[in-house]
Design a protein around this ligand. Sequence first.
Ligand SMILES: [Zn+2]
Length: 247
Amino acid sequence: MDDIVPSLLEKIQSDFTAQSLASNKLKTALKSLKSRKADYLTVNDFAIEVGSILSSVFGDNITADVLPDGRMYYNIAERILNPAMTNNFSLISDFSSEVQVLLNESAGINIRAQTPDINQSRIDGIIDRLADAEDFEAIKWILDDPIINFCQSVVDDVVKANADFHYDAGLKPVITRRLGGDACAWCRNLAGSYEYHSEPDDIYRRHERCRCTVDYKPDKKKRQNVLTKVIRDVTEIERRKTLNLRE
Ligand SMILES: [Zn+2]
């Protein structure tokens, strides 16, 4: 039997590129980066747009009638989803890094922008669900919102990586969750600004079609209390010593 993957992947990639180049939302995001006005809300718009484009390209090209036995076998799912989603991760992560550089510079913070690792287990989860279903029709919904949700979570991971780094450098990061779209009671309850490490456990969680955003704007003036920082550093040194002893 012919291997459908190479031509299918090529079509997905070229459709994705064409639609991305034509996207006004992406143009707007890139423009605001260029004029140094971009922040994490811009990054969120960017992520949702590349997620929506990929999801609709999947929908146009992956249909039960092109799949053998109308099912998305593991070796097909894996060879399509991995490169396509990794590409989206890189686009979002690169864009976020540039925005973080801008935010650091604007705040006068001389620190490198951090990039997170790709969350491969989320991608694997989607691939497994696709491969497990005997009928593609029954599982095709997973190529809709969950793809966009994955893209939003890349932004969260960038926020987390940078807020973490700033916290370790003695700053006092504040992260903000804002409502987006139709906000339910659960989301309204989570919305707000939190000092780093005092945020609710669910701050990065999203239900289906949730468009709430989590963002971070560094502020050099917000610093940790010197005494708290000393205690924290001493504890950290002790912890490392104990680790060394164990090894
Ligand atoms: Zn929400």
